[in-house]
Design a protein around this ligand. Sequence first.
Ligand SMILES: [Zn+2]
Length: 126
Amino acid sequence: MAAARSETWRRVVLDAEQALAVSPVGNLAAAATDEHTAAGLLNEHLALGTPVLVPVGFRWWLDYRSSSPSARAAFALAQLVVLDTGFTRIKQCERCRRPFIDRTAARTAKRCADHNRKPAVPRRWL
Ligand SMILES: [Zn+2]
C-alpha cells in the first residue's frame, strides 16, 4: 500500500515539474501573492478540459483530458495542491524567478535546482 502511494506521489510531483517546464500557468501560480489568486488562475485553465476516472489495475486514477497544454499543466499542479498541503510546494526561485517544485520534506527550499547549490569553496593547493 505504501509503495502504491509512493508511486502515485512520484507521478504527481513529476507531472507538476513537467507542467512548470511547458506552461506559463505554473509561473503565474508560483508568483501569485496568495493561494486564492493562484487557485483562481488554475481554475480558469482547468475549465478548458474534462476530468475522467480511469481504471488502473484494481485502482482508479483521475485523468484529465484537454487539448490545451496550459489546462493539462493546471491539472498537474492542482493534483499536487490537493494531494499535498496546498500551494506550499509550488515556489518561485528567489534568484532567477523560475518556478519550481520544492521536494524538501519541510518545504524550505528557496531556490531552483540550478541555484540551490552552495557556492564552490576554492581549493587550497598543498
Ligand atoms: Zn533559480
